[in-house]
Design a protein around this ligand. Structure first.
Ligand code: ADP
Length: 190
């Protein structure tokens, strides 16, 4: 089983690189952001709740997102592994993921931290907002998401270092070079 956590600030390229990883290693992709956007699109009750947090650039409560992740994971059949994109984002979420995998006799193989300077993140997200119209990719909400990232999410780097799972990847420059670095790191732990 290859279980990868892809980590990084908003705009660090988690989604883009996940797509490539999925194709090459034939594993499943769970993006909590994509799951929530699908719920919003389908007009579900969960989507309505999620939208309130997402529009404010805030995280959903841990209990809620942990339940969503658990049921998404349970729905995967015959999986060779999973790339977790956008989860965990807090220490309680990381602990919950560890427990969930342990209950299935599994573990995280590696945590890949895509490191990107803040000015490049801003530029990427503003461009994405213009191209896709994604509701939370406007300057005001982006700034809030970056604050939330620094206060609630980046402490996970230390957490995964203690678990001996942490690997930093330079997340800017040529897409192909970033992907090659990622593959070299995955191949070491596979
Ligand atoms: P990005 O990494 O660009 O911020 P995502 O698509 O991963 O984008 O997440 C968008 C929003 O969805 C977050 O700002 C948050 O409101 C919500 N969300 C996604 N994943 C989580 C999570 N693990 N915990 C809490 N909220 C989450």
């Amino acid at each position: 089983m290859l279980n990868i956590v892809i980590f990084g600030a908003p705009g660090s390229g988690k989604g883009t690189q996940s797509e490539r990883i999925v194709e090459k290693y034939n594993i499943n992709h769970i993006s909590t952001g994509d799951v929530l956007r699908a719920e919003i699109k389908n007009g579900t009750e969960l989507g309505q709740t999620a939208k309130k947090y997402m529009d404010q650039g805030q995280l959903l409560p841990d209990e809620l997102i942990i339940d969503i992740l658990a049921s998404t994971l349970d729905n995967l059949k015959d999986s060779k592994g999973v790339i977790f994109d956008g989860f965990p984002r807090t220490i309680p979420q990381a602990e919950a993921l560890k427990k969930m995998l342990a209950e299935r006799g599994q573990d995280i193989s590696v945590m890949l931290d895509l490191e990107v300077p803040e000015d490049i993140l801003m530029e990427r997200l503003i461009n994405r907002g213009k191209q896709t119209g994604r509701a939370d990719d406007n300057e005001e909400t982006i700034k809030k998401r970056l604050v939330v990232y620094h206060s609630q999410t980046s402490p996970l780097k230390e957490w995964y270092k203690k678990e001996n799972k942490y690997e930093q990847i330079k997340g800017y420059g040529e897409l192909e070079v970033i992907f090659a670095d990622i593959c070299a790191t995955i191949d070491k732990v596979k």
